[in-house]
Write a protein that binds this ligand. Structure first.
Ligand code: CA
Length: 271
């Protein structure tokens, strides 16, 4: 990789909920970043989101040891192996949640969204299910790379609701795809080459439901310090109500100045 990543991550319960049903996972060695937003009665939402993060991580660890390991589900020829591996991990997480819900009555009906990013050299590979989002800031412009699997997003796409009506809709929490809902899940995939200066945001809808994109974009553009940037996103979501759990992972792409100490050592030891 000729690019380096700075990262920040935080999850917050918000101001209205008694517990946090979001989970996130980061593995810097694998270049893997995952945000899940769980749903379900009792503690079922937390169980579903944690199970999804763990299953996706474990699938990548196992694939790291055995790159030829079979994919779960059909490969998509239009995307790279890493993106197909993400889809595979998410399908496996779906199965794990469906199975757990069947064997534990108290977890019946649990589910979770997921947005995940993995890095293949300088290429960003991403996948999502539900309304957790991935944004890219490039050339001082923010764009949403994922399209929500939600009732309001579908209505907007069909021209039946305007963006403004969607934001006010009482049904804006309704997702049309989630892990745990069915035996099979439709995973949306994408990838793009990264350049130095890119900023990425993975987040749950606790950030995006009430904070306008313009404000999220302004924070991502203006704050240079990644941990402070991450904290500012949490704070602005709480300041606009904090109705839901809020989870953010921020990634800043930089030029790799010179090989890091660990890489130099590995090269010298020819590992
Ligand atoms: Ca949520």
């Amino acid at each position: 990789m000729t690019l380096a990543l700075l990262h920040g991550a935080q999850s917050d319960v918000g101001r209205k909920r008694s517990h946090n049903e979001d989970h996130y996972g980061i593995d810097l060695d694998l270049g893997l970043f995952v945000v899940c937003d769980g749903m379900g009665g009792g503690n079922a939402g937390e169980v579903a989101s944690a199970l999804a993060v763990d299953t996706i991580h474990r699938h990548f660890l196992e694939a790291g040891d055995n790159p030829d390991m079979a994919l779960v589900g059909e490969a998509d020829d239009r995307v790279t192996h890493t993106t197909n591996r993400l889809a595979s991990a998410i399908r496996l997480a779906n199965r794990a949640i469906v199975t757990s819900a069947q064997t534990h009555r108290e977890w019946a009906g649990m589910g979770t969204t997921v947005v995940a990013a993995a890095f293949d050299e300088d290429r960003l590979c991403y996948a999502h299910v539900g309304d957790s989002r991935l944004y890219l800031v490039r050339n001082r412009t923010m764009q949403q790379l994922t399209k929500d699997h939600s009732w309001v997003a579908e209505q907007v796409a069909q021209g039946l609701l305007t963006e403004e009506e969607a934001e006010r809709s009482p049904r804006r929490n309704l997702v049309t795809q989630a892990l745990g809902a069915h035996a099979a899940v439709e995973v949306s995939l994408g990838e793009l080459p990264l350049v130095a200066g890119d900023r990425l945001l993975l987040c749950s809808d606790g950030l995006t439901k009430d904070v306008p994109d313009s404000l999220i974009s302004q924070i991502l553009l203006d704050e240079a310090d990644v941990p402070i940037l991450t904290q500012k996103l949490i704070t602005v979501a709480n300041d606009t109500g904090g109705d839901d759990n809020i989870t953010v992972i921020v990634l800043v792409v930089r030029e790799q100045s010179k090989p890091g100490l660990w890489r130099q050592l590995r090269q010298r030891l020819a590992l």
